[in-house]
Design a protein. Sequence first.
Length: 350
Amino acid sequence: MSALDLAQHPHRRFNPLTGEWLLVSPHRSQRPWQGQQEAPDRSQRPAYDPTCYLCAGNTRANGAVNPAYTGTFAFDNDFAALTPDAPAGTVEMGGLLRAEAESGVGRVICFSPRHDLTLPEMSTPDIRRVVDVWAEEFASLGARPDINYVQIFENKGAVMGCSNPHPHGQVWAQRTVPGDPAKETVQQQAYFQQHGRSLLADYLELELNEQVRIVLENEHFVVLVPFWAAWPFETLVLPRRVVQDVTQLTDAERDRFADVIRRLTIRYDNLFQTSFPYSAGLHQRPTDGQQHPEWHLHMHFFPPLLRSATVRKFMVGYELLANPQRDITPEYAAQRLRELPEVHYKQTTA
Ligand SMILES: [Zn+2]
Ligand SMILES: [Zn+2]
């Protein structure tokens, strides 16, 4: 094994001004980009695209051939930001510059063999299969001694930097717990130690009493615009029962998780009558071998659109230099989302 080379190998760098870390993946500049070929109207995409590296039966850039999958399909990302065989080691200079080797695994999860679908256009049972894959990925990656955190997410839309319109998500699993989940661990731990209860369970109870920021709910899940939302139509998906990770959800809860994901993403598409872009992902307990009774599984949706299919919120200027800022209130955003129908606009206008 060679020494850590900051020009070659994945690593984390420490920012002594903020005390935070960032991930650097210098080996990754070769990845394919198909996002700019996306047709403006996603309904015009074919069900199968012979040039798509995620469609069933197609050959990927590294020569691997996708199986003729009919449901979901997960595989190691050919251009992963993290690699399991990265050399270990640290680099330190002058007591101020610190870098650490970072190892991990990148996975891709195809949600459907259909190139032309997105989550809101899939059936609830098909979305449920995606939830099951999330649980399988979390279980298998989280069990590895070299993996202490598993981040499952989806980037939807070219505006979010998604490199292929085929419905898919990713998993980045790594040796360290990255910034935001680490901060949420600290906050949830502090609350749990003080109150002996889940921070998010107490928050959910408060929101259910207030009712002003709730978007939709079912027997097992609630979707709300958090009081502290930064993005215009940001939402938080919360299970009513406190579970630390997606593997602990019962059969019925997984069904109802799929139900709220479908209903929420339909409302998102209906908001501006467009295939609504977002980054979304699960936050769950670190897989560091510790008990995490404080952790409460949840899913964040961070969508950038503000006023129309083309007018988006930018996190720039003050947001980059000071802290996030918003104009429309979370209460107003929740009301807008609540008022939308749960029939997809393409079905009502077809
Ligand atoms: Zn495809
Ligand atoms: Zn979170």
